[in-house]
Design a protein around this ligand. Structure first.
Ligand SMILES: N[C@@H](CCC(=O)N[C@@H](CS)C(=O)NCC(=O)O)C(=O)O
Length: 260
């Protein structure tokens, strides 16, 4: 055992690969290690770790060098996607899986498994992941889904779906359940806030006028409150997100790394 926390066994492959060993192996100095790129999906996890008050360290996945495609990173997540969270039980990927695992492990920011709110919370967490986020990836990475000459047509097709997803989520927020209302954040409110931030900003070269925060006033209330939370202030400082990262976002100006 090296250091206070044993390095997750799941990362042994990295040690064997010999690629970028300095970044990827070694004893963790905190219980968690977040593999991140500024303003990537890892931002959701950073916010939640901060909100929960959990100590964590970070490792930059340099997207300019396509490090998410490296053998070392794919040993953590064979899909080559950010984020990965190293835990004392091994690395975990998929944003929603990490959120649910953190919420259950630390009994924070989500209804407990035996809570009457659990059913509704789970439905919408999975919707946020397997529908909203999946469709958003098509908007951001259209060229990965279709011949690049047709990418803009695909984007045009996906925008009405995204608007509809936001409408149903806003209707849910209007009911103000504990896990989707402005007074107390949940893992889901951070997840949605980041996705809405990205809708306002990306892709930088494509039309973004389809997204107007005021069209979803109940979600807007949630984002407004999240802007000023201490967890958000910590993420702003770490990733250069600007003062109102959810309600009036600007591109990240991180000290190291790049968003894309
Ligand atoms: N379903 C994944 C999606 C994560 C995702 O799309 N990550 C982006 C960054 S925001 C990424 O790694 N993109 C690199 C690529 O697609 O090559 C999750 O929820 O974790």
């Amino acid at each position: 055992m090296r250091g206070k926390y044993a390095f997750p066994k799941g990362n042994v492959a990295i040690e064997a690969s010999g690629i970028r060993p300095a970044s990827y192996i070694g004893a963790m100095t905190a219980p968690y290690r977040l593999h991140y790129a500024p303003d990537n999906a890892s931002l959701v996890i950073r916010l939640v770790l901060e909100e929960m008050g959990l100590p964590f360290e970070t490792v930059l996945v340099d997207r300019r060098r396509n490090e998410q495609d490296s053998a070392a990173y794919r040993a953590l997540n064979p899909n080559g996607l950010i984020p990965v969270l190293d835990t004392p039980q091994g690395p975990i990927f998929e944003t929603a899986a990490i959120l649910l695992w953190l919420a259950d492990t630390h009994k924070q920011l989500a209804p407990a498994p035996n809570s009457p709110d659990r059913v509704a919370f789970l439905k919408w967490l999975f919707f946020a992941s397997n529908t909203l986020h999946a469709d958003l990836r098509i908007l951001f990475y259209a060229e990965k889904y279709i011949d690049p000459v047709q990418a803009e047509t695909l984007r045009e097709g996906i925008r009405p779906r995204l608007r509809q997803h936001l409408r149903v989520l806003d209707a849910e927020a209007q009911k103000a359940p504990d896990w989707l209302q402005a007074d107390t954040p949940s893992v889901l409110s951070f997840y949605l806030a980041c996705q809405m931030r990205w809708m306002a900003l990306y892709p930088a070269s494509a039309d973004r006028s389809w997204f107007q925060l005021r069209d979803t006033p109940h979600l807007q209330d949630i984002l407004t409150r999240l802007d000023s939370r201490p967890a958000t202030q910590a993420a702003i400082a770490a990733e250069g997100l600007g003062v109102t990262p959810f309600t009036s976002p600007r591109y990240a100006t991180p000290e190291e790394g790049s968003a894309t």
